[in-house]
Design a protein around this ligand. Sequence first.
Ligand SMILES: [Fe+2]
Length: 279
Amino acid sequence: MLQNEMNYSNHQNDSVRIVQMTDPHLFADPESQLLGVNTFNSFSAVIDTYLQSKVESDLLLATGDISQDYSPESYQSFTKHVERANVPCHFLPGNHDDPRLMNLHMQGKHMFGHQVVTIGHWLILMLDSTVRGKPAGFLGKSQFELIDKAIADNPDKHVLLVMHHNPVLVGCKWLDQHCMANGEQFLSHVGQYAQVKGVLWGHVHQTYDKFYQTEHGAIHLMATPSTCIQFKPKSSYFALDGLQPGYRLLDLASDGSIQTQVYRVEGDRFSPDNEASGY
Ligand SMILES: [Fe+2]
């Protein structure tokens, strides 16, 4: 097994339950706000909501934009929050992250930066869609090679591909400028594999559930609300949504099907600053 691989060989259940939390945008100072929302408190509220649900997950996937200020403390704060969830956390970088600092400061018994994860009947690939210094994404050659090799090595596993950037346009013009620039190429490439069942990302701070049709069937495309501010769906200009922060649960079945739902913090505690004109 390569260093970049993690195999949960002791996994007992037929299916795999995943919780995804994304885009916490934490600061070194826990009092800091992002467009009117205290990101430390909102992330904490998301973890509380998850814990109160009493659902037990096999893995937590953190899909980038962990930090808003590139500080070591923001990554340490994330690690402390996640310890409360008591579930192995696999993370990947977003455009707001510094991957070097991330790997250095997201250390703990539950924190893992592996790109290839095998668990039960599933292969989960944690892809890096970031481009240094740019908000938009691009999937490089090394990531395509990783996908091809991991699927060749695990031909009997169903595949979930995970990344930060959206490979399809979500319908928000201002935000779609910063999508994965070669998303179409990515989807047509992975669509060749009958094993690929789902693609999961963060970045867009809103729920998205659609299907990409291939000759083998449909690939479930999923985006998940941020644990802090929410972007208004279908808005061509920058606009925040009053919806509360949230997370996504996924049940990956042994037959390759995916059951999934987004959950949000109850109430209206986290209201953004509606005067904000940019992000
Ligand atoms: Fe983000």
